[in-house]
Every structure is written in C-alpha cells, then in structure tokens.
Write a protein that binds this ligand. Structure first.
Ligand code: HXC
Length: 260
C-alpha cells in the first residue's frame, strides 16, 4: 500500500479500496508540483497493488482541487513550462487499470476539474462546482480539459464553459452528464467508497477489461472500438473468473472470484 508520508495527501486502504485524499486545504488543494508528484505515486502504487480493486480520489470539504498552483506557475517562461511538461502527469490516468472514482466536494476548477474528468466515475456533493476558468487568468486548460469536457458534455456546453470560464453547479454537471450522481457533502465520500467496494469485490481482470473497452471509445473509430471490445470479450473466456461466474450463475450460487 502507499505510504502515509505524503505532505499533501492522506492515503488509506479501506478493505480492497485505496482512498487518496488531496490535503492542502490552505490553498484549496491547488495542485503544485509536489502534490502532483505525490498523487502520481499514490495512484500508481494502488494500481500495482493486487489487493486493491478500485481507487477513490477525493479532496477536502471545500475543494476537490482549485486547479494547478497559480503562484507556482505565474512567472514561468515558455521554455520552463515546456521543459517541465507538467501536463504529462495526466498521462498516467491512461495507464491506470483499476477503476478510479472521484468524490468531488466544493471546487473542482481548472486542473481540479480536469483531474475529476480523468477519473472513471465522478460523484459530486450538492455544493460541488465545476469549471475551467483558465481563460480568466490568461491561459487555457492544459490537463486534457478541452478534450475531455467536449467528450463529456458536447461542443456547445464545452465551448461555453471553456471560453467564458463559467462555473457550473453539481446539478448542471449531473444534467449534462459530467457526473453520475450527487450526494450530500458529508455522504459523497462514503457513497464513492461503497461503489468502489462493490467494484473491488468483482473479478479484477474482468473489471479492468470492461474499463479498457469503454475507454477505447474515446480514442477509436466505432468500427475499431467494436472490434477491440469483441477481442476483450473473447479474452474474458481465457480467465478462470469467467468460468466461475457463469458456472455460479447456472448453479444458483454466489461466484468466488480468484482474479485468475
Ligand atoms: C494557488 C490558490 C489557488 C490556485 C486558491 N488558492 N486557488 N493558490 N493556485 N489555483 C489559494 C488562494 O490564493 C488563497 O490563499 C486560498 O487558496 C483560498 O483562496 P481564496 O481565493 O481566498 O478563496 P475564495 O475567495 O473562497 O475563492 C475560491 C476560488 C478562488 C473561487 C476557488 O480561490 C479561485 O478562483 N481560485 C483559482 C481558480 C483557478 O483559476 N483555477 C485554474 C488554475 S489554472 P492565500 O494564501 O493567497 O490567501 C489550471 C491549469 C491546469 O488549473 C493545467 C496545468 C498544466
């Protein structure tokens, strides 16, 4: 399991779920370089841990994250920004096999909104606010926001949010399909942990193949996506868990998954 020696994160294993909480409340969880490095470390450690079947990513009460750290970025030159290439941090999400559920309370702005959108499922608290306000500080989204928001809500709404910087409420985010459910502020992490626990109680390789198939839709033509899904579907028959799952159904008993 990930160690608890992070400066800006609180991490904890709950059964077979890894809980990662961004904890830099004095800056509304602004994602400075140290925090993104710690996040990468924690997420990758949980993803590699075979006893962990799902990850919950959350923030603190007032903010999931209010974006990349503006104070840290403000005076960087183009060349420094290019050399640091901080956006590449987000590429790790493309490689995570475990499902990641975001539990968003309060602000998810800029990089914080982009981080939530990189997760597989997003739960929001009633007081959550989502936005890509980068234009208001003289830049544009740099952690995938222009691409993922468009895919999540379509061009018209994505353009409105990205060009104006307008924040949307949890309710709008749910209506638009950016979040899958809204929970009370003090219940949203528990709800995410519960869903994560259910996912983690299933066969890990099967869940991971399902996630890979859905993610393919963001990247592939329909034809190639369907062929990829079909290959993965057929590949599930190479697992013992497929045999177990279907035999258990026929025998009218609960399956016992072995992740094999
Ligand atoms: C650094 C931040 C911060 C940020 C808040 N803080 N957001 N510090 N970077 N992104 C700090 C404030 O400076 C302040 O600390 C403390 O957190 C509390 O914030 P306040 O502004 O006093 O709180 P409030 O008035 O309640 O307003 C909340 C807020 C506002 C609406 C969320 O803080 C805000 O607009 N933040 C910036 C949002 C934003 O523009 N995010 C996009 C960043 S660009 P001090 O010590 O000063 O009082 C981005 C690019 C991603 O994310 C791509 C990168 C590759």
């Amino acid at each position: 399991a990930a160690s608890n020696s992070y400066n800006n994160l609180q991490v904890e294993v709950r059964g077979s779920v890894g809980l990662v909480a961004i904890h830099r409340p004095a800056a509304l969880n602004a994602l400075n370089d140290e925090t993104t490095m710690e996040l990468a470390d924690a997420l990758q450690q949980y993803d590699r841990d075979s006893t962990i079947g799902a990850i919950v990513l959350t923030g603190t009460d007032r903010a999931f994250a209010a974006g990349a750290d503006i104070k840290e970025m403000a005076n960087r030159s183009f060349v420094q920004t290019r050399r640091r290439n901080a956006g590449a941090f987000m590429d790790l999400f493309l490689a995570l096999r475990s499902p990641v559920i975001a539990a968003v309370r309060g602000y998810a702005l800029g990089g914080g909104c982009e981080l939530a959108m990189a997760c597989d499922i997003v739960y929001a608290s009633e007081d959550a606010q989502f936005g890509l306000p980068e234009v208001q500080i003289g830049t544009i989204p740099g952690w995938g926001g222009t691409q993922r928001l468009l895919r999540a809500v379509g061009k018209a709404k994505a353009m409105e949010m990205i060009l104006s910087g307008r924040r949307i409420s949890a309710k709008e985010a749910e209506e638009w399909g950016l979040v899958s459910a809204i929970h009370a502020n003090d219940k949203v992490v528990a709800a995410a942990l519960e869903t994560a626990g259910k996912i983690a109680s299933l066969s890990q390789p099967i869940v991971q193949m399902a996630k890979a198939a859905v993610n393919a839709a963001e990247d592939m033509s329909l034809r190639n996506g369907i062929l990829y899904e079909r290959s993965l579907f057929q590949a599930t028959f190479a697992t013992q868990d497929q045999k177990e799952g279907m035999t258990a159904f026929v025998d009218k008993r609960d399956p016992k998954w072995t992740n094999a």
